[in-house]
Design a protein around this ligand. Structure first.
Ligand code: VNL
Length: 387
């Protein structure tokens, strides 16, 4: 048998096990794959801390079973993610896969979820099309079109006439650019140029020089979580703020993981996103306090995606009494609940998250920098699926 056919046979066997033999064991396992090392390690660290917090707060039982969470490090390398997913499904017989820090890592795993009928909960990656890569994918993070459309509307209504866009050159960057540009132009805005930087080893100096020369009213930016601080530093060093070029972005850039160390250059930056550590709800205040007490750092949007993702899996296991496969997937669809970010829904048709998108401004409060929410668009479905 070829290696590939051998893999398919193993995955099919795992799919059968999900319905039958699994039901007899007292323990169910969840396989979490995260970038715990490498350039996206902050995403792994945030989500891992959120999962640990969720288990500490809610206990390790669901549907009358003990739940074991296995966390694996893919270092942000797609071949590793795929191999780890295969091992978790075939050897560990997990009822669900979860995590996925970057789009290519989620896409590499999608065929394994499909072939083994294993629900796959995407807690971080945010390219719109991910949920279409497998009918077993459910998402608890967000999509870039959700964030980009709202900031484009805000900009057009707030004296921004000419923009340059700058995005990381891969899935979520494509989405951010496409949806920002079309919404901004629809509102009469003028896009002077569309710039890109690579996912690995980005140097912002050349593109920032270009932006300075083009002299737009604003620069719109998407960068994946972890790159914001470096970008902000260079934005300040090149004097773009002093040159009167406003910075607008998706909240990935003023990420709560790094925001507090960015300094004055970040003050006044307007962004759109689904989560801020400063979200003023009782639930969020408790979430942030508990998270900070346990992890010793501030939770960001990745942490909330992980914490809510655990909620989705545990509630679904309660419904299925620990069974996996199609029953577990069905129990994830349509979940409606309060999150630290506000009310959210797992859309039963798209398996994607419907949520409020906030417009925020960076302000200093009690000596710390926060994304302070000042406007909201309620119950936003992924615009990437309204084709
Ligand atoms: C992605 C999207 C990754 C947004 C991110 O940070 C992010 C992705 C690591 O889909 O790869 O902030």
């Amino acid at each position: 048998m070829s290696t590939r056919r051998h893999h398919l046979a193993l995955l099919a066997a795992a799919a059968l096990a999900a319905g039958g033999a699994m039901a007899q064991s007292d323990t169910v396992k969840i396989g979490v794959i995260l970038p715990m090392t490498g350039p996206s390690a902050s995403t792994g660290r945030q989500i891992d801390a959120a999962i640990k917090l969720w288990l500490a707060q809610n206990g390790v039982r669901a549907g009358g079973r003990k739940v074991e969470v296995l966390v694996k490090d893919d270092a942000g390398v797609a071949d590793t993610t795929r191999r780890l997913a295969q091992e978790l499904v075939v050897n560990d017989k997990v009822v669900a896969l979860a995590g996925f820090g970057l789009t290519p890592l989620a896409l590499a795993t999608a065929p394994i979820a499909t072939q083994s009928k294993t629900p796959m909960l995407v807690m971080a990656a945010a390219t719109s099309s991910i949920t279409e890569a497998s009918p077993y994918i459910v998402r608890s993070s967000f999509t870039l079109p959700q964030a980009a459309v709202s900031i484009a509307e805000w900009a057009a209504k707030n004296k921004v006439k000419k923009v340059v866009t700058l995005v990381t050159d891969y899935g979520p960057g494509n989405d951010a650019e496409k949806f920002f540009v079309s919404q901004f132009q629809l509102n009469g805005g003028n896009v002077l140029d569309k710039l890109r930087t690579p996912l690995r080893g980005a140097d912002f100096a050349p593109v920032l020089q270009k932006v300075r020369d083009l002299a737009p009213d604003a620069l719109f930016v998407f960068l994946p979580s972890g790159q914001g601080a470096q970008f902000m530093k260079q934005f300040g060093e090149r004097g773009l703020d002093k040159a009167g070029i406003r910075l607008i972005a998706t909240g990935d850039v003023t990420d709560d993981d790094q925001l507090n160390d960015m300094g004055d250059v970040a003050l006044g930056v307007v962004t759109s996103h689904h989560y801020s550590a400063a979200h003023p709800s009782a639930m969020n205040r408790k979430f942030v306090a508990d998270f900070q007490a346990a992890a010793k750092f501030r939770p960001n949007f990745m942490a909330v995606g992980g914490w809510d993702g655990m909620r989705v899996i545990f509630k679904a296991l309660d419904t299925t009494k620990g069974a996996g496969g199609d029953a577990l997937l069905a129990a994830m669809k349509g979940q409606l609940f309060e999150s630290p970010r506000g009310q959210v829904l797992i859309d039963a048709q798209t398996r994607d998250i419907v949520q409020d998108i906030y417009i925020r401004k960076v302000e200093r409060k009690d000596g710390q920098l926060y994304n302070v929410e000042f406007d909201v668009q309620k119950s936003v479905k992924d615009p990437g699926k309204l084709k």
